[in-house]
Design a protein around this ligand. Sequence first.
Ligand code: IPM
Ligand code: MG
Length: 351
Amino acid sequence: MPKSYKIAVIAGDGIGPEVVREGLRVLDAAGDRFGLEVETTEYPFGTEHWLRTQEIFPDSATDEIIQHDAILLGAIGDPRAPVGLIERGIIGHLRWDLDLYVNLRPIKLYHERFCPLKNKTPADVDMVIVRENTEDAYVQKPVFEHQGTPQETASQQMLYTRAGTERIIRYAFQVAMSRPRRQLLLIDKANAVRAQELYTRVFAEIAQEYPDIETDHAYIDAACMWMVKNPEWFDVAVTTNLFGDIITDVGAMIQGGMGVAASANLHPGKLGLFEPIHGSFPRAAGKNIANPVATIAAVAMMLEYLGEKDASQAVEGAIAALLQSGRVTSLKAGAYPTDQLGEMILELLRG
Ligand code: IPM
Ligand code: MG
C-alpha cells in the first residue's frame, strides 16, 4: 500500500500562491516517483481573506490542521493590513499554538556564481542555524505608556525560560551530532542583554553531555560580521528567536538570496510547518517573477521530516543540479518566470 500524507497548505499573501503552486507541483512529482499519495487541503487564510471576512485564523482551522501530517506555507504580509497583524495571527499563531520550538534554517550555497562574497565557494557556505521559535520578545506584549507625550515609554520583554532554552539547545546539539564537523556555536548578546546569561549557562551544562561536539560562542553582532567575512567558520549555530530571525536573512544572502532560503518549524514528534524564509513581496505578486526555489527547498525539508529520505534527496538533488548546471545564472526575482523555474526542477526530478 502506498504511503499517504495529508498536507495542509496556506499559500497566503503576495507571491505566496505562485511559489506554493510550484512547490506543490514538485511535491506531486516526488509523490509519483516514490509511490507516495499526497492529499492537500488548501486554506484561504491571509490578508485578502481577512479583508473580506475579518477572520484571521479561526480555532476550528487549528483543530483541522493538526489532523494533517505537515503544513506548507507560502508567505504572509500585506501593506493593506496593520503591521504584523496577519503575520503574527497566522505564522506566529501556528508556531506558538503548535509549540513549534525549532526553526531550522539551513544555509547552503550550490554554486559560487550565486554568492555575493568574493572567493567563496560551496565548500565555504554550508551551515545550519537553529533558531528558537516560541520565546523572546516575539511572544511578549508591547506596553506603551504615556502615549503621545514627551514621557512616552515603549517596552516589550525579552523573556526566556529554562525549559525553552534547554530544549532548543539540546536540539541544536543533536543537529551538530548529525553533521560531520560536529561543531556548535552559541550566538547571543549576553554582554549587553544580561538575561541571556541563561543561554550561556544552559549551553555549558548541556555541552557536558556531548563531549564529541566542539563548542564555541559569538555575540550576535560579531556573528553577523563573521558570517559575511568567514562563512566557512560556521557549521551549526543555535540562537534566540529575534537574533535567529536577523542572522538568517544574512545567511540567505550568502547562499544566493531570499529566493533560495527555506525553513522548517518543528517540534519533534509533532507535525511541522515548512516555509520559505522570504516575505510576501507584494510588489511582485501575480507577475510570475518570484523565485520558487525556497518553497521547493521547503518541500524537500518536509519530505525529510516525514521520513521520505529518498524523495527529499531527489528534490534537493534536482535543485542542486539546476543551480549547478549553468542553465540558471541568477536567482533574483524576475530573472526567470516562476513557473519556468518550477518546470526545470520538475524535469530534473522526473529524470
Ligand atoms: C521569518 C519572518 C517572520 C519572523 C515574520 C513574518 C513575523 O521574518 O519567518 O523570518 O520574524 O519570524
Ligand atoms: Mg525573518
